[in-house]
Design a protein around this ligand. Structure first.
Ligand SMILES: O=P(O)(O)OC[C@@H](O)[C@@H](O)c1c[nH]c2ccccc12
Length: 264
């Protein structure tokens, strides 16, 4: 049976074909060269971690296959400002429309409104999407290892590096973590959500965290909704966290960000 991830990758291939029909790599690279310089995504997280606080990547997400509608009419700029005022290290902007209700327009709007480094949260299957990410102001990309082989992962990371961006290599299982350890990116995201079964378990980080190679930085992703979750995950050594749904739904995003940032 096709998984949720399979279905997303299938329409993503059509989107990439449409992008290639409309834009040349050269013209996207020209836009990328003209974009304002990258903001140092990994560096901003390390600065916050050195100060003793948690580095939060706060996410803008209107809906998802697992949660359904989260906040259909969300104003990306207002939410980004809440996150910035709450002391977020970086922001994650979903740009997939079909499953997550996001767009590159959200990325560009947030880029113009706040100073934080931005992750383009997207299912990357072609280097042209990396150039497009930079052209719209992204500072980092996501490389989901359950969706790409090692050769493509290397190409995506290489393209990001060439454009001055960071790459988060996302894993959910032990063999993916082994692959991530051998890839040339220092940021490894352990996704507590299984993108194939849509089940979220913080045990995923607890099980895999000890297996990161030296020099890699761990980001624990998904399913975090309260300070106690951070306290628990910090025991694995995690100091960087990617949080979406619970912050989107919070009645006081800024305060919730502050509480999660200071939890220890
Ligand atoms: O909303 P949550 O449970 O806090 O999760 C955020 C983020 O980790 C999640 O949106 C995510 C992690 N990896 C992804 C890959 C694609 C789309 C979404 C994701």
């Amino acid at each position: 049976m096709a998984t949720a991830l399979d279905r997303i990758i299938e329409y993503k291939r059509d989107e990439v074909a449409a992008l290639k029909a409309n834009r040349s790599m050269e013209s996207l690279l020209a836009d990328a060269a003209a974009a304002s310089p990258t903001r140092g995504f990994a560096r901003r997280m390390s600065d916050i971690v050195s100060s003793g606080e948690n580095a939060l990547i706060c996410e803008l997400k209107r809906k998802s296959p697992s949660a359904g509608e989260i906040m259909p009419g969300a104003d990306p700029v207002a939410i980004a400002k809440d996150y910035e005022n709450g002391g977020a290290a970086c922001l994650s902007i979903l740009t997939d429309f079909q499953s997550f209700g996001g767009s590159l327009g959200d990325l560009a709007a947030v880029r113009a409104a706040v100073d934080l480094p931005l992750l383009r949260k997207e299912f990357m299957i072609d280097v042209i999407q990396v150039a497009e990410a930079r052209a719209f102001g992204a500072d980092a990309i996501l490389v989901i290892l359950s969706a790409v082989d090692d050769a493509l992962a290397r190409d995506l990371i290489g393209a990001a590096t060439d454009l001055g961006m960071d790459a988060i290599v996302e894993v959910h299982e032990e063999d993916e973590l082994e692959r991530a350890n051998a890839l040339p990116s220092a940021l490894i995201g352990i996704n507590n959500r299984d993108l194939k079964r849509m089940v979220t378990e913080l045990e995923t980080t607890e099980r895999l965290a000890g297996r990161l190679a030296p020099g890699k930085s761990l980001i624990s992703e998904s399913g975090i909704s309260e300070p106690a979750h951070i306290v628990r995950l910090r025991k694995t050594g995690a100091q960087r966290f990617l949080i979406g749904e619970s912050l989107m739904k919070s009645s006081d995003r800024q305060l919730q960000c502050e509480n999660l940032r200071k939890a220890s």
